[in-house]
Design a binder for this molecule. Structure first.
Ligand code: ADP
Ligand code: ZN
Length: 740
């Protein structure tokens, strides 16, 4: 038997990773987990969806002499996993009720002959006498419990039969056990661990931050138009749209179908057959978009879901996280858009009132956590990851709307606050936000008239803002402690701070919600430029091969493989084997087919092969410069280069028709990407006195260059954001120069 402490092990795992799976390096924790399992320590793995859990038991399974049994609750996923493994030449099989008698017997015979490395089973199948007898006659080296949260009653997917796995485990004393889950809630994690009784030192918890998911929340104004505008930016790409109700699903499905989108619905009202069919069409890239209620997604493993849209509010943060988690499993950039309507909150609030007292408390807690996430001005990842008990303190994630947005200037909203709060006071502190806004905007609503609120002095004094803007403002007043909201009834109450605002001793700074256009500049947000025409050629060949083999396209090659082919144009065996996901088995099967297409294409377009000399890091592909004609230079690069060539800031403004702020943002970005910028000329656009400039520079020196707002505040809000930006930029340029 192979000693698990074999000094060659690291090499062996690395070479399996490269030669069988075709990957260059391990993802965080994979290596540690694999070694822990190989050392026969019972191991618990907690990793987000797409984190790469499967490899953690698949690689040990290939090294162990005996069998690895994988218990998984979802039969559809089982088949998918087995197909993918066979495709890369790994002997994997499953036993379940979908097999014919012949297939069953064949698989059993293979297991007896030790020709199977990984055997996938649902728990019921494992508990069957026949299966246990079979397994007792072979050597089982590893018992894998996938979706281990099914063991916990606190989880969203409790399965009583999972509890019995603990007993079963004792029947395989020489097998190591590895349990895996993507459950982010600490309570469920603890419960799994207690049930399994694993040593805490063998617990591996990865970060739940999915860096490749771009999170964006926009006010829901004209939802179907907003949706269509978004979808148009993702032609030929797969995505899911989640809705609150079946009716909404059906309506939206009709709208999209009429607009010519490739779309299917999915909800509990459809027949089982129809649902399976629609799901299958989606998985096989025959249909691009699925409009669904939350029921959709459990049984799929499609790695190239490029967007997830929440057309209605999700129930809570956990559901939301799970749903967006279905995007971008392949590690490539994916977009998560949520349309946020305050009306949806009212809907949720209404549903909460229909619950029992105990449930209401929990539901209200969930709702406030959701609101914190929806309304934050800071990075979206902070409330999200904090909710899951993770300490996230990166100043800017660069992958959410708030981090990408230029810092907005705070404006004085004292008058708006005074109007709103006095209306709360005049109406007796017993009404909710909706009604207060109605009164402020002079509505003729029944409720207004019933309470005679049209006669109040605050009636109709707030017509300058839309209903949505008032909602946005009112949330800021609550956050600033100027008023509180009763969680149960929604009524607004004043606080001691309110009176400071009334007296005018406390000024209120905040933001006015503007109609923000949803701008999905794909190019700006996509991580790498590739030859789209070649990609399409490769993609259609892949689809053809997939249909022939009766498997989903991603089983043949993931998208990332095709993208790399369209970046590096590999034309030899050696270079093709260097592409992500190309191991020896896949090369044997498909190598020449894809090489031929690439060679042809390159010949026709006079393209040279590029070497992939740098490794792939996480989600981004490090690459040499592809053909310059393929690259559309990004705006900030153009601006940065023009500036360095001597064009002044005001000339740039005129030439590109952009505002000073935008020029500054471009230059900052250019700088952040590691370029240098000439320092002369920057201060020319500042209108501050040199004393003021010095003061700002000193403040930056003290507070650091992370954020502008603290600087703005430290300067007592007397210096405009634009001026701060100028000096901020100047500071960084001169500072970097010094350190070079
Ligand atoms: P999970 O089960 O945690 O949701 P998977 O095991 O399905 O995640 O892995 C997600 C995707 O990442 C798969 O397409 C997988 O092939 C890929 N992957 C896993 N590990 C690596 C790695 N080390 N390098 C590159 N890709 C990887
Ligand atoms: Zn962010």
């Amino acid at each position: 038997m192979k000693s698990p402490n074999d000094a060659h092990l690291p090499d062996q795992t690395q070479s399996i990773l490269k030669n069988i799976f075709g990957y260059d390096e391990f993802r965080p924790l994979q290596r540690e987990i694999i070694h822990n399992v190989l050392n026969k320590n019972d191991t618990m793995v907690i990793m987000p969806t797409g984190g790469g859990k499967s490899l953690c038991y698949q690689i040990p399974a290939l090294i162990f002499q005996g069998l690895t049994v994988v218990v998984s609750p979802l039969i559809s996923l089982m088949k998918d996993q087995v197909e993918q493994l066979r495709e890369i030449g790994v002997q994997a099989a499953f036993l379940n009720s979908t097999l014919s008698y012949e297939q069953y017997r064949h698989t059993v015979a293979q297991i007896m002959k030790n020709e199977v490395k990984l055997l996938y089973l649902a728990p019921e199948a494992l508990f069957r006498e026949k299966t246990l007898a079979l397994l007792s006659s072979v050597k089982v080296d590893c018992l894998t419990i996938d979706e281990a949260h099914c063991i916990s009653e606190w989880g969203h997917d409790f399965r009583p039969e999972y509890r019995k796995l603990v007993e079963i485990r004792n029947q395989f004393p020489s097998a190591v056990c590895i349990a895996l889950t993507a459950t982010a809630t600490p309570r469920v994690q603890k419960d799994i661990q207690e049930n399994l009784g694993f040593d805490q030192s063998n617990e591996f918890i990865a970060s739940f931050n999915r860096k490749n998911l771009f999170i964006r929340i926009v006010p829901k104004n004209d939802p179907s138009a907003q949706l269509i505008q978004f979808l148009k930016k993702f032609p030929n790409q797969s995505g899911i749209i989640y809705c609150f109700s079946r009716r909404q699903v059906n309506d939206l499905y009709e709208v999209l179908l009429e607009r010519g989108f490739s779309v299917k619905p999915y909800h509990a009202g459809l027949s089982e057959k129809e649902r399976t069919q629609n799901q299958e069409l989606f998985i096989r890239d025959d249909v691009q978009i699925i409009v669904a209620t939350i029921a959709f997604g459990m049984g799929i493993n499609k790695p190239n879901v490029r967007f997830v849209i929440h057309y209605d509010l999700p129930k809570n943060i956990e559901t939301y996280y799970q749903e967006i988690g279905r995007a971008g499993r392949d590690g490539l950039r994916a977009h998560c858009l949520l349309l946020f309507g305050y009306g949806d909150i009212q809907k949720i609030k209404y549903f909460i009132t229909q619950k029992s007292e105990q449930e209401q408390r929990v539901a209200n807690l969930h709702l406030s956590a959701l609101l914190r996430f929806l309304e934050t001005d800071a990075c979206r990842r902070i409330p999200l990851l904090t909710y899951f008990g993770e300490d996230y303190s990166v100043p800017k994630c660069d992958s959410c709307d708030n981090c990408l947005e230029e810092e907005k200037e705070l404006v004085d909203i004292t008058i708006a606050a005074q109007k709103f709060l006095s209306c709360v006071s005049r109406t007796g502190e017993i009404f909710g936000t909706n009604h207060i806004i109605d009164v402020l905007r002079g509505s003729q609503s029944q409720k207004t008239l019933k309470f005679n609120h049209q006669n109040l002095s605050t009636y109709g004094i707030g017509k300058e803002y839309s209903k949505r803007q008032w909602f946005h403002l009112s949330r800021q007043f609550i956050r600033k402690g100027l008023m509180t909201q009763d969680m149960e009834f929604g009524s607004l109450k004043l606080t001691p701070k309110t009176y400071e605002v009334f007296k005018g001793t406390e000024r209120v700074w905040g933001k006015i919600d503007e109609e923000r256009e949803v701008n999905y500049n794909q190019r700006k947000e996509s991580e790498c430029e590739y030859d789209h025409d070649l990609f399409e050629l490769l993609r259609s060949k892949r689809k053809e091969l997939a249909d022939k083999g009766n498997v989903p396209p991603y089983v043949i090659f993931p998208d990332k493989t095709l993208i790399e082919m369209a970046v590096f144009f590999p034309q030899s065996k050696k270079n093709l084997l260097n592409m992500h996901g190309v191991g020896s088995a896949r090369f044997e099967k498909y190598g020449h087919i894809f090489l031929n297409i690439i060679k042809h294409y390159c010949l026709e377009h006079h393209i040279q092969e590029q070497s992939k000399h740098t490794a792939i890091h996480g989600t981004s592909i490090s690459k040499p410069k592809p053909r310059s004609s393929l690259i559309l230079k990004r705006k900030h690069v153009i601006v940065g280069e023009a500036y360095n060539e001597g064009t002044s800031v005001s000339e740039i403004m005129a030439k590109f028709g952009i505002k000073l702020d935008t020029v500054l943002t471009h230059l900052s970005k250019y700088l952040q990407e590691g370029h240098t910028i000439r320092s002369e000329g920057i201060l020319k656009v500042s209108t501050l006195t040199s004393d003021q400039q010095t003061a700002v520079m000193q403040t930056i020196d003290k507070l650091g260059t992370g954020y502008l707002r603290p600087i703005f505040e430290a300067m007592k809000e007397t210096i405009s954001y634009t001026e701060i930006k100028i000096l901020h930029l100047y500071y960084i340029i001169t500072h970097t120069k010094k350190t070079l």
